[in-house]
Design a protein around this ligand. Structure first.
Ligand code: ASP
Length: 443
């Protein structure tokens, strides 16, 4: 059994957190490849080391009279690492590393290099703490000349490098361009590194340790004691993330999905919790009909009506082209026989609305055109909905009992999700009503 374990910033923010991560790793000898993030926040008012590094580099590249700030921030960063090292009673000094970093900052070596030092240094500490081999991600994560991630080259390089190494620490978040220059993924990118390593070593599972026990069925700000999702498929996750649920970097799915490796989201502060398992497919019956309910506020809709519109070839295309020409992206598009409704982000649409209206008039000469604003979209997602009769009936009766007026319904043909448009001010009520009918009443 081989496990890749990635620890997020809050899981490695202090010596105390490092100890928790260490005992999780030592508890299971299959946890052989460790991907650390940079130290994150120790409390809500704290600053992540990655942000301190960006700030420090910004000062470093300013004129000389600002150098004072640069030295000060660099010293603060060093102090954070020294505290961790001291707290772990390690015989390790980062003195030399910081000398090199300082020189490189002065040479204005690049913003990505600067940010990457957060995980690089944490990786050195983690390797020393565990007695694992340290592998610089710049040697095994490859980007091409245009700065895109080189998936196959990385996979081959990483596989070859790790072949004879039983236990290793590989810092997250960065790799290198062909000329050796450090390049990072986008923020939160250590998740991506964990996924890439999992594919390269053909791990049985990719454990992603963070500060929550997985994905929740609904936003805890709306449902205070929302339950955790036990198992979710990649497709369901995509639907939920698109509508606002975030725990994992979007690009972290692809490498493991390609290799059929499940991801387990776990909580470093509550290792006894099973967390959420993300899989490609499963025969396991979900506990509840819905996997999750989420959504977003502040959409606007444009309804275009024209008699006999469905027999007019190219009608929809002409309408959509107007949005395209004005650079407005479309979120949803429910349609009727003589109407089509285009749902867009309100803030993006507002400044262009008159141009779009004029464009639609010119393009299709509609009988009637109506705009509505302050719409919220609620997404009910669940692979279990397909096999359960009456799901939409239950949703709509729950909403009507809660006095929520449904403005729009859009069910994907996969039967994996139902999107419901409601007024912004009904959003929370709608989520509560749906959660209650499918979860609370089933407990
Ligand atoms: N340290 C980086 C960030 O704060 C990457 C990560 O934590 O995944 O975005």
């Amino acid at each position: 059994m081989k496990k890749v374990v990635k620890f997020g910033g809050s899981s490695l923010a202090s010596a105390e957190q490092f100890r928790k991560a260490g005992s999780i790793i030592r508890n299971d000898s299959a946890r052989r490849y460790v991907i650390p993030s940079a130290p994150g926040k120790r409390n809500p008012d704290d600053t992540k080391v990655t942000d301190m590094l960006y700030q420090c580099y910004k000062q470093a590249i300013l004129d000389d009279d600002r150098e004072q700030d640069f030295e000060e921030i660099l010293a603060q960063i060093k102090q954070r690492y020294d505290e961790i090292i001291r707290g772990l009673n390690l015989e390790l000094s980062l003195e030399e590393e910081f000398k090199v970093i300082r020189e490189n900052f002065c040479k204005k070596i690049g913003r990505d290099y600067a940010a990457s030092r957060g995980e690089y240094l944490n990786g050195i500490i983690m390797a020393a703490y565990l007695g694992y081999t340290f592998i610089d991600a710049a040697e095994v994560i490859c980007f091409n000349e245009s700065g895109e991630f080189a998936a196959e080259l990385t996979n081959n390089t990483m596989t070859a490098r790790l072949e004879d190494i039983d236990c290793a620490v590989i810092p997250g978040f960065y790799g290198a361009l062909p000329d050796g220059k450090v390049k990072t993924f986008s923020r939160g990118g250590s998740d991506v590194t964990g996924s890439i390593v999992s594919r390269a070593v053909q791990a049985d599972i990719y454990e992603n340790w963070t500060d929550v026990s997985g994905f929740l069925i609904a936003d805890p700000r709306i449902i205070p004691n929302a339950r955790t999702i036990d198992v979710i498929t990649y497709r369901e996750l995509r639907e939920l993330s698109y509508m606002g649920a975030t725990v994992l970097h979007e690009d972290a799915i692809f490498p493991v999905k390609k290799a059929g490796i499940p991801i387990n989201i776990r909580n470093t502060n509550r290792p006894e919790d099973k967390g959420t398992l993300i899989v490609e497919a499963t025969c396991q019956k979900p506990r509840f009909v819905i996997t999750g309910v989420t959504g977003k506020k502040d959409f606007a809709s444009v309804t275009v009506e024209k008699a006999m519109m469905n027999s007019e070839v190219g009608f929809c295309k002409k309408v959509l082209e107007v949005f395209e020409k004005n650079g407005v992206s479309i979120e949803h598009m429910p349609s009727g026989i003589d109407t089509m409704t285009i749902v867009v982000h309100q803030d993006e649409f507002q400044e262009k609305e008159q141009k779009v209206i004029a464009g639609i008039h010119r393009a299709v000469e509609p009988d009637f055109l109506e705009l509505e604003s302050d719409i919220a979209l609620v997404a009910v997602v669940g692979r279990g909905m397909k096999a359960t009769r009456g799901t939409s009936g239950r949703i709509f009766s729950a909403l009507s009992h809660a006095n929520v007026n449904v403005k729009m319904i859009d069910q994907g043909s996969s039967e994996l999700n139902i999107i419901i448009g409601v007024r912004n001010h009904d959003f929370e009520e709608a989520i509560k009503a749906i959660y209650d009918i499918f979860v609370t009443t089933q407990l």
